[in-house]
Design a protein around this ligand. Structure first.
Ligand SMILES: [Zn+2]
Length: 134
């Protein structure tokens, strides 16, 4: 499986992968282009192909159309959502509760910062939004 990203923003926009478990004689590759949140799922595209090169060609054509409809805000929505979920998993991995899980709405981040329901997202985006890599 190869994860493909938009080089301009280093956001993963899709995937090309070998199909597994499909009947013999059916196309061996699949591809998908799109991300959520930050775009309408109706704008996403996917397909199957006989070869990797065919899948890549179809993928690149679909992503060209998909990316032409995206704005920087779309990518920011997606990156912030990814950052929130990564932060949430890190909190849980350390046995910490989120502000939304405690009665008074206040908690301590794994970095030591005091956070509340109202400033949780701002803290995550400022302190824990990872640099995207391809
Ligand atoms: Zn923190």
């Amino acid at each position: 499986m190869r994860r493909l990203s938009s080089p301009a923003v280093a956001t993963r926009v899709g995937v090309i992968a070998k199909r597994v478990g499909n009947p013999v004689g059916t196309p061996g590759w699949k591809w998908a282009c799109g991300f959520y949140p930050g775009s309408d799922p109706a704008d996403h595209a996917r397909g199957i192909a006989e070869t990797f090169d065919q899948a890549r060609g179809a993928f690149e054509a679909a992503c060209h159309v998909f990316l032409a409809k995206r704005t920087e805000v779309d990518f920011e929505v997606y990156r912030r959502d990814r950052a929130f979920h990564a932060w949430k998993r890190a909190m849980w991995a350390k046995g910490l509760q989120l502000p939304t899980q405690v009665a008074d709405g206040r908690a301590v981040c794994f970095c030591g910062a005091a956070i509340g329901i109202d400033d949780m997202n701002v803290h995550i985006w400022a302190a824990h939004m990872e640099a995207e890599t391809t």
